[in-house]
Every structure is written in structure tokens, then in C-alpha cells.
Design a protein around this ligand. Structure first.
Ligand code: FES
Ligand SMILES: [Fe+2]
Length: 358
């Protein structure tokens, strides 16, 4: 599906954020991942689990059932499953069948969110989750906090495209965090087999409205340094510095804002996406930061991104998928990100074809 080749939807052998930790409790929660319903809950010992969300008997949603201890009982005819997905009771039969067993998804709780593996469980290597220490998530000296979860009415790649082409800051977010110079400064793009980095340093630019409001009108330098860890996470550094020149001293840079943003993007269904947003602030004194204001600004910006995504999804309805979008010089990272995802999907499809006997 657009913008990928026919038959390609999403990378399956991968870890995706499926929930923030605080969302998963002793109440059953349904969340779709890669077009499959999943039910999430915590066992009595606090460990979070993810099992298939559709009852194999009559397809009743298992999240509409109930928990008896750690056992999930379907709310329709009472067939029960343990937290490994094994069927442990069929009331009408007095015995169980392994054909009623349901899928259990490998699930890892790291920092303040849960990563689920959607592919072959044999391949679920935790080392494939981006190294949280390395990406500055959860370090004591730089507090990180979940900001928001959104269910977006659009295919997941529209969110990746959004985050890989940040020239949109200048226009979509012009009343908040964008200035024209962000679009006219070319980004430097580098990449590896499963990551893409886009970095731009915008120097001597006017303050965007949100910065002006807080720190007054001044020329700033802005570093925007984003990395996409395919297929599920974007980590971005936003750094605003003010050049201060004082008499008899060499110019110094005063750091006004230094934050790292985390955008986890998870395909829910073909036209719906889960989006998790979190922030880390590198600050000396956490009381310097008014989190409620930062959060309000972040949410207002996200609202603009989600609206753009939803509007584009609407434009894609009925579009001949052979009509490609046109890319500009600002789309190097977009193009690279798409190619990485396409090659991951194509590699999975090849393995699948090989394992299906002809
Ligand atoms: S649908 Fe679940 S027990 Fe019948
Ligand atoms: Fe944006």
C-alpha cells in the first residue's frame, strides 16, 4: 500500500511500542497492532502480558471478557486462557484443545513503555529494541516523561514522513515553533541499514513564536537532529541557543532549550496508527522548567501534525496507488526511511515465500 509496493504493509519482525506502562493495569485493554487485535493486562505479580484479542470460538473480543486471577475468561461462552495464551477451559467440553490456544506476544517493559514483538517469536531478540541508555531515555540527570498517546486516523507511514521531513516546521507550525529558515536550510542526512539521521543547524535565525514569547525577540541558532530507528521510533534533539556578546569578552552561547523528543509510531490497522510522545529535558535544575507549559505547547504542535496526517489520509482515498508523490531536495531522509522499511518488508516477504511449499 502507498507509499510502498503492492502487498507491503508493515515490518512484522520488529518491536513496537504498544502502550505506556501506566496504561496497562489489571483491567483488560484492547489495542490493535499490525491489523490484529491484542489484549493487554497485568498478571497478579505485576508483569504485563499481551495475548491475542479475538476469541477463537466465535471471535468475541477478549478484552470484553474478565480476569479470574491471571486467567482471561471470554465473556461470551466462558472459554478461558492463561497468560501464555493456552486454553485452560472449555465449559461445554470438560477438556481443552490446543487448537483453541491463542497467540502470546513477546512483551518487554522498558523505561515507561511496553514494546511488543509482532513477528516470529523465535526471532524476538530484546537487543533489537533501541538502546534506551544510548538515546538518553530515563537517565536520572535528565528527566524523561511520557506526554501523550494518540490514535491517529491515518496510515503509519504518514507519521514517519512527517518526522523525516522537518521542513514542515516552517509552515505547518509557523505560529508555534517554526521559522522559514528551517525549510531553507538543507539537512545533512546519514543512514545505516536500519536508521536514518537528519541534522540541520539553523544559524542566526529569528525566534519562533513560542520561544519569542518566553525569551523575547532575539537571533538564535537552532539545532534539529533527528534519528529514525526503523521501523518504530524517532528520537530528536531540539536545541536553541542565543549568541550573547558582551564587551571585552568573546561571544558565548546561552542554551535556552535543550530537549529530546521521542515519537513512537505503531501501525494499528491499515488506516490507523498509534502514536506515543515523550520528552527528555537536559537541564541543570528541573524547577527551571514549567512542564505544564511545555506539555501544552507540545500538544498544540502534535495536534497540527495529526490534522495534517488525517487530511492526507482523506486525500489518499480512491487515489490510484501508482501515482507517486513528488519528492524534493528536502525529502532525502523521507526517501531513505521509506527505502529501509521497503527493504525490511521485502526481505520478510522473500522468507515467507521460501517457507511456503510450492
Ligand atoms: S466466543 Fe469466546 S467462548 Fe465463545
Ligand atoms: Fe510537526
Amino acid at each position: 500500500m502507498y507509499p510502498f509496493s503492492e502487498g507491503s504493509y508493515a515490518v512484522r519482525n520488529a518491536w513496537y511500542v504498544v502502550a505506556f506502562s501506566h496504561e496497562v493495569t489489571r483491567s483488560l485493554m484492547e489495542r490493535w497492532i499490525l491489523n490484529e487485535p491484542v489484549v493487554l493486562y497485568r498478571r497478579e505479580d505485576g508483569v504485563a502480558v499481551a495475548i491475542a484479542g479475538r476469541c477463537p470460538h466465535r471471535h468475541f473480543p477478549l478484552a470484553a471478557g474478565s480476569l479470574q486471577g491471571d486467567t482471561l475468561v471470554c465473556g461470551y461462552h466462558g472459554i478461558a486462557f492463561n497468560s501464555d495464551g493456552r486454553c485452560v477451559r472449555i465449559p461445554t467440553e470438560g477438556r481443552t484443545h490446543s487448537s483453541f490456544d491463542i497467540r502470546k506476544y513477546p512483551l518487554v517493559e522498558r523505561w515507561k513503555w511496553l514494546w511488543a514483538w509482532t513477528g516470529d517469536p523465535e526471532l524476538a531478540d530484546e537487543a533489537l529494541i533501541p538502546d534506551h541508555e544510548a538515546i538518553n531515555l530515563g537517565r536520572a540527570e535528565s528527566p524523561s516523561f511520557p506526554v501523550s498517546y494518540h490514535l491517529v486516523n491515518g496510515r503509519y507511514q504518514l507519521m514517519h514522513d512527517n518526522l523525516l521531513d522537518l521542513s514542515h516546521l516552517a509552515f505547518l507550525h509557523s505560529t508555534k515553533i517554526g521559522v522559514e529558515e528551517v525549510a531553507t536550510t538543507r539537512d545533512t542526512v546519514s543512514s545505516g541499514p536500519n536508521w536514518v539521521r537528519s541534522m540541520r543547524l539553523v544559524e542566526d535565525a529569528p525566534s519562533p513564536p513560542a520561544i519569542r514569547e518566553r525569551f523575547g525577540d532575539a537571533k538564535l541558532s537552532q539545532l534539529i537532529d533527528f534519528t529514525f530507528y526503523a521501523p518504530a521510533l524517532h528520537v530528536g534533539l531540539n536545541r536553541f541557543e542565543l549568541d550573547v556578546v558582551t564587551e571585552n569578552e568573546s561571544p558565548t552561547k546561552v542554551r535556552l532549550i535543550d530537549s529530546i523528543v521521542f515519537h513512537a509510531v505503531t501501525p494499528a490497522t491499515k488506516h490507523l496508527t498509534h502514536y506515543f510522545f515523550a520528552v527528555t529535558h537536559n537541564i541543570q535544575d528541573p524547577s527551571d522548567l514549567d512542564n505544564s507549559k511545555v506539555k501544552a505547547l507540545a500538544l498544540a504542535v502534535i495536534e497540527e501534525d495529526l490534522r495534517a496526517t488525517e487530511l492526507i489520509e482523506r486525500m489518499l482515498q480512491g487515489l490510484d496507488e501508482k501515482i507517486r508523490d513528488r519528492l524534493t531536495a528536502g525529502d532525502t531522509a523521507v526517501d531513505k526511511g521509506r527505502r529501509i522499511l521497503q527493504s525490511m518488508m521485502s526481505a520478510e516477504a522473500r522468507i515467507l515465500n521460501l517457507s511456503i511449499p510450492k
